[in-house]
Design a binder for this molecule. Structure first.
Ligand code: F6R
Length: 244
């Protein structure tokens, strides 16, 4: 639990920078699992600063985003492709061909094979070195909503009502908010060698307590992380305020 989200975000950025550099010195790619949403914005801003002011290079980074709305055009204002370009990719020297975000433009028939290939790419690179997560008000990680199983694969999911309500501001109303999304499954998240979940603010405090201190349950997918051997929840004081 950190004093505030700015300090916490810098701490996470420093860990990522260190991992990228260790991998560079070993002439290895660094495989990052990335999240969108409001929580990682400060982290991405700090990574951009480290690139511009301290020479951190992303040339050996391969990134896999957790999710994308479906259907979604990549150049739409609400696409996660666009979010990542604006928050991170356009401001660092990561190679565009190394930035993977699930494709929201496929036909329904193509999605299953596409999701299998997304996982196969991750596996071919040796798995995710470090996975960044936010948490939904219902405990979702990625868009693995309540009820998602621990061995769930990358797939098309129906978004929970609470998730759509949270997103509806961006889509100017619930009626315009997507009902489905493609998400990395819980299994690949759990296979990541290191997981950092970040949460800020009082509104996350109850679900943080449930995820960390209550029983492991599919109702709160973030609770699965209790069984991960190298997962850390990084919180500001408000998000951590209900922990005993
Ligand atoms: C986004 C994602 C979601 C968000 C979560 C929290 O890629 O996977 O699980 O991390 O909904 O969103 P914010 O950070 O906006 O509260």
């Amino acid at each position: 639990v950190y004093e505030n989200s700015a300090t916490a975000s810098k701490k996470i950025a420093a860990e990522i920078a260190n991992l990228i550099q260790v991998k560079q010195s070993q002439k290895q790619p660094c495989i990052l699992g990335l999240a969108t949403g409001s929580s990682p914005k400060g982290l991405y801003a700090e990574l951009v600063r480290l690139h511009k002011e301290e020479g951190l290079s992303f040339k050996n980074v391969v990134s896999f985003n957790l999710d994308e709305y479906y259907p979604m055009e990549p150049d739409s204002v609400n696409s996660y492709v666009r979010f990542m370009q604006e928050q991170l990719f356009n401001h660092v020297d990561i190679l565009p061909e190394n930035c993977y975000v699930p494709d929201g433009t496929l036909s329904k028939e193509e999605i299953r094979d596409y999701c299998d290939q997304y996982e196969a790419k991750i596996e071919a690179l040796g798995g995710i070195d470090l996975q960044i997560l936010g948490i939904g008000g219902n405990g979702h990680i990625g868009f693995n909503e309540s009820g998602s199983l621990q061995n769930s694969k990358t797939r098309l999911v129906a978004l929970d009502h609470i998730t759509r309500v949270a997103a509806s501001g961006d889509f100017s109303g619930l009626e315009n908010t997507p009902r489905t999304a493609i998400t990395l499954g819980v299994k690949k998240i759990m296979e990541a060698k290191r997981v950092i979940l970040m949460a800020w603010g009082e509104s996350k405090s109850n679900i943080i307590k449930a995820s960390v201190e209550d029983e492991v349950t599919s109702q709160v997918p973030a609770s699965y992380l209790q069984e991960h051997r190298n997962a850390t929840f990084i919180l500001d004081q408000a998000a951590g305020s209900k922990l005993t």
